[in-house]
Each structure stands twice: as C-alpha cells, then as structure tokens.
Design a binder for this molecule. Sequence first.
Ligand SMILES: Cc1cc2nc3c(=O)[nH]c(=O)nc-3n(C[C@H](O)[C@H](O)[C@H](O)COP(=O)(O)OP(=O)(O)OC[C@H]3O[C@@H](n4cnc5c(N)ncnc54)[C@H](O)[C@@H]3O)c2cc1C
Length: 335
Amino acid sequence: MIRISNIKIYEDLDNDNLIDVVTKKFKIDKNDILEWHIVKKSIDARKKDNVHYNYSIDLKLKNENKYKKFDKVKETSIPSIKVNNLNNKEVVVVGSGPSGIFAALTLTQNGLCPIVIEQGSPVEEREKQVELFRKTGELNILSNVQFGEGGAGTFSDGKLTTGIHSPFCKKVLEEFVNFGAPEEILYLAKPHIGTDKLIKIIKNIREYIISKGGKFLFNTKVIDFNINDKKISSVICKNRNSTSEINTSHVILAIGHSSRDTFQKLYEKGINMEKKNFSVGVRIEHLQEEINKAQYGDSKLNLPSADYKLSYHLPNGRSCYTFCMCPGRSCYCFF
Ligand SMILES: Cc1cc2nc3c(=O)[nH]c(=O)nc-3n(C[C@H](O)[C@H](O)[C@H](O)COP(=O)(O)OP(=O)(O)OC[C@H]3O[C@@H](n4cnc5c(N)ncnc54)[C@H](O)[C@@H]3O)c2cc1C
C-alpha cells in the first residue's frame, strides 16, 4: 500500500469523484488501483481565503514499480489486550457506560463470560424514559440522561472526543464500526456517531456479549461488597425491592460520574483509592452563523457547521480547554 497525504481539495466531492481527481493530480493509472480508502479527511480553514479539504488516502496498486516516489504505508498494529487466565471465574463489571461496555467486550473477546450490572435500563428502554422526562419532567433517578446502558454521553451528541493519543483509540473506533457505526468515523478528523445510531450499536454490542455467554442485569444497583482477607468474594445488588448476592473474585468498577455512594462504601471497607484530577465544565452557546463566519470566512464550499477548539495553559499546570463542541448546538468548556 502507498499513502498520499496532505491532498488539498478545493471542491465538494463524493468518493468516486475524489479518486478521479486524485489519480489525475498524482498521475496514477486508475486501472492500476486494486483497492483504496480514505485515511483522513479534515477541513483546513486556517487561511480564510484558502479554505479547503485535506485528505490522506491509501492505495493498493498493481505495477508498484511505477509508483516508487510515493511513501509506503507504515502498518501500525493495535496492541492486543490479553486477559490472564481466570480459570473461568465470573468477572463482574459494574456499570455499562463506555468503560463498562468495552471492559465487558474485551473480556468476551478473551473467552470470558462477564456479568454486567447496571442500575439503569437497557438503552432502548432508557430512550423512552429520557423522552418521557423531556415531555413531562418525570424523572427516573436511576435511568435517565446520565445513567443507564450507554452511559452519560449517549443522549448528548455522540461526538467521539478524546484528548489522549493511545493506540487503543483506533480499537474503539474499529469496534464501533464492527457493531454498525459508519466507516467514515475511521478517517474523519472529528468523528461523530449520533444518538440514533449509538443506541443500535450499544444494543448490538450487548447482544454479541450475550451470544458469547455474558449476562446483563439491568435496573440492578451494586450496593455493597463482601471482602475477606483483602479479597473480594461477592457483590450485593439491589433490584427494585429485593437484594441478591453474586459471588465473584474479580470486579471491574466502571461506575463513571456521580457515584459517591459507591465510593463511600469502598472507603468504609478500607479499599485503597487514588484521587484523580478532574475537570469542571460550563456550557457555552454561540450562534452557529457566527462560528461559521469566524472559521470559514466566505468559503463557497458546502461545509458542515463549523466548530473550534481552544486551550490555555498556565505555568502552574492548570489549564482551560474546550472539550466537546457540538456544532450547531453548544460547546462544553472545561477548566
Ligand atoms: C451531558 C453529557 C454529554 C456528553 N457528551 C459527550 C460527547 O459528545 N462526547 C464524549 O466523548 N463525551 C461526552 N461526555 C462525557 C462522556 O459521557 C463520559 O466521559 C463517559 O460517559 C464516561 O464513561 P464511563 O463508562 O466511565 O461512565 P458513565 O458513562 O458515567 O457510566 C457509568 C454507568 O455506571 C452505572 N452505575 C454507577 N454506579 C452503579 C452501581 N453502583 N451499580 C450499577 N450501576 C452503576 C451508571 O448508571 C452509568 O450508566 C458527555 C457527558 C455528559 C454528562
């Protein structure tokens, strides 16, 4: 495979037209193409009088000798996650937000059968609960916009935002595509799934885990832990009005935000905990037309709603940055 990077395109093109333009521009015989795909697509709007798309594409070509001037693709493999042999012991995953879902998926892919315990409802039911809340204000305190399968961001915008550069980010995107997300998330500079698709994808991941022997206990809250000789032996769960005990020697807590009650319980049990930095955010709203004007100037391209990213770092290590900008809607800004 060869990679052509930094391809500047000044018009709106579908994929067929894109490959025509690229082959012409770089003198590639279209008949030599065995396979091609976009690796990256972004909008370069740094100079307002020169706004354009920027593409990188990979091509597999016949007669490679003709194309020696192009860079070869350097394959980067995703590190595999190996789970130690747990002798088929059941692993309990508490919480089915992004962390819990991917923990359960990874366990399943390593041949284990996790039990996922979530205080909220399955995502399809949760969708109705969120809808009811928006219409009537009736709040289910355990299953709502913040809690339930899919976790906190499911009913937000579905922007796949992260500030880290980990090879596992690619794994997350690839798994989303495997379970039904559009392939463009693999190459767009600012990938976005959207709540409507996310709901189906989360359901698909759950059904896959169940098909491999995993279990999901919804509307079930973990309220206590039995620990003997510094080892966990079971978790106590509450489901509506009854409590039950699940024996386990391995628990993954993926309980996200607002889990003060669980942390209090862990503290009472003498479990070691480490504090982690956190960010406090505010929501900022702007008129989209002003952001478009500021970012794109008078560009005539058929560009999506513009976004922006800002950060400010103080010498004492504190910083302020925009996190999740939802073009056309709002921007979450964290300090
Ligand atoms: C309004 C909003 C919008 C957001 N939008 C975006 C976005 O567009 N893009 C983005 O990248 N990030 C977004 N985020 C941030 C993102 O949602 C979080 O980073 C992410 O959800 C964290 O995942 P998590 O699995 O660690 O925790 P969570 O998503 O918080 O999931 C934890 C789960 O554990 C369950 N739980 C907690 N305690 C228990 C218990 N004792 N027993 C059983 N279950 C329990 C909860 O019900 C919850 O479902 C948004 C966050 C919010 C609040």
